[in-house]
Design a protein around this ligand. Sequence first.
Ligand code: GLN
Ligand code: ZN
Length: 770
Amino acid sequence: MVQSSVLGFPRMGANRELKKATESYWAGKSSVESLIETGKTLRAAHWKIQKDAGVDIIPSNDFSFYDQVLDHIQLFNAVPERYTKYNLSPLETFFAMGRGLQRKATDTTEAVDVTSLEMVKWFDSNYHYVRPTLQDNQTFKLSGTKPIDEFNEAKELGIVTRPVVLGPVSFLHLGKADRGQTVNPIDLLDSLLPVYEELLTKLAEAGAETVQIDEPVLVLDLPEKTKKAFATAYSKLGALANGPKLVLATYFGDIVHNIDVVPSINHLYGLHIDLVRAPGQLKDVLAAVGEKQILSAGVVDGRNIWKTNFSKAIGLVETAVEALGADRVIVATSSSLLHTPHTLASEKKLAADVADWFSFASEKAKEVAIIAKAVTEGSDAVAEELKANAASVKARATSERTNDAAVKDRQAAITEADYSRKSPFPERIAAQSKTLNLPKFPTTTIGSFPQTSEIRVQRNKFTKGEITAEQYEKFIEKEIDDVIAIQEEIGLDVLVHGEPERNDMVQYFGERLNGYVFTTHAWVQSYGSRCVRPPIIVGDISRPAPMTVKESKYAQSKTKKPMKGMLTGPVTCLRWSFPRDDVHQSVQAEQLALALRDEVVDLEKAGIYVIQVDEPAIREGFPLRDGKERDEYLKWAVNSFKLSTAGVEDGTQIHSHFCYSDFQDMFSLISDLDADVLSIENSKSDAKLLNVFKKEEYPRHIGPGVYDIHSPRIPSYEEIKNRIEEMLAYLKPEQLWIDPDCGLKTRQWTETKPALTNLVNAAKFFREKY
Ligand code: GLN
Ligand code: ZN
């Protein structure tokens, strides 16, 4: 019979109980015991949900108080010395690595001051993992029992789980050498493997028949050495005398380009592949799996919120069954469900037609069980479910929300000319200097000013209907008046209205566009206790009315200095939403671009001649592998930005902003955007990174952030001056703008005012000098 399985379940709880418990513990408001208890309650609840859903193979050790990779760092005792020297408890050490720890000395304990380990994006998702940070003389030791404890915990509840362990090759490949160290992590494999042998043996002793061993790096382009590591690792781990059966799990892509690795793992019990992201790999993988090996077919999307199309999923599973037989196929989620919200049942405000299109983690658990049953017992066994599913799929495909003919017509009518500004940059900048009349080294900020508690209070009142729209609008106008007065006093050149009306840089636009819906509880973990609630793109996108013109126009009416309009770019709107799965992302980006293009043109008509279109997420959308997909992404991402901005006259200045400095591999993308002015992060990184602009003779203007807005520290005049001096080694004085690294919404005014004053004074120094 075909079994069903889930690769991992979200940890936060239906009401983000884990977030609340962890933050309360961090704040010293609740005990460690109560945090541990919350973890236990949540695990039990999540196992039960899956059990009740009829899932055959339920995961354990997918839970974490912060991050599953961090769990392994601690489990293998790969904890850098800077965290161990304080005699912290294991849980304190764990959180210190995750988020840093600063604590004053007490009578009995010494002061602690240690920053966190690096946190990086988990493949191309919006989840962040803590990066294994390794030493030249790294040793490993099994120094915990978490996977075994959680297995036993479930067993006591009557559920025999399949523990999830991150595989050794991925653990090392995703890691890095600590600062000052030169070790290539993969070279540590031999010393790491005994720890896995011990762990797997212990799991088997505890009664775990199978273990899911995650090796997601198999979907990446891998160096030869890393590929070989699979053979080394799994010839050992797959042959343990008393070891468990191993299912090696890959996800977020296909493994066809690494298919030569498969023979070295096809003696393992099973292999899991992601057939949502990469259904095309099924044939090649079926041909490559071992004679007795089972295939876990990931057909229920672990990364998105759409109901599974049963007939399609069943088709894929049946293909596998034809090749291998029912006993050698498992129906599974494509990846862990970590990236999906907890349950659709919490959404009370969604329109019924749309709600019927979604499936969150708890519903997806039911889906794998239904698909397995359909394949095992035949469709009659689940006739009702299949019928309802087909009806829902059809309703979505034919809904007016999904299909807007006017949007499609407009997309079809796009021409090459729509992507390009009227003239090349030299002519534009000449026209802009007439319209804007800016000094050398112009100063500006990235858009938001401190989101004070007063702003949040008023927004809440307005959302709850406690104040009228008119009252709220007056309040926003007063905020705009205030930030304009402050900016004029400080002497900034290009002003902003401060974004006080925006709750979030994507949601704000989503709420004003057709084609989006919003949830009330659909949170997904981003890192640690931080969760995000992405809006959902359900259909063709269009802009029924201007979205930001009122505020920007009001702001411009209050000052003689140029006011910068502020929009979130098409790629960022797409990346920070749950996208549709029925049309390519490029189509959705193009629709967003057209909507934003209208907004840009309307801003210009309203007298706004500097318009910034933020694309902080354009880099994270970069496909995981080199080649065709990446080339295509570069093309459509760039095109949608250009489409959104190219509708203006030469004299209107287009800015764009990115929150990262790591643009070496992205230079051509950034350059192709053809933005008149770019603002980028640079204060935390070496000014040398700017060399690429010099080397490539980048012709347009750039504002590399001169100070880090993530810290409450106030940068001094000298410091900013020195930073600018460093930048001038790589950028021409006439192309340099002076600005902070990012928006100031998380800062206080007491920090912001002096910091910006120093920034303006530093710019003035260079105006004198050049
Ligand atoms: N304009 C936005 C702000 O200032 C940009 C935020 C971002 O890049 N993440 O808040
Ligand atoms: Zn930013």
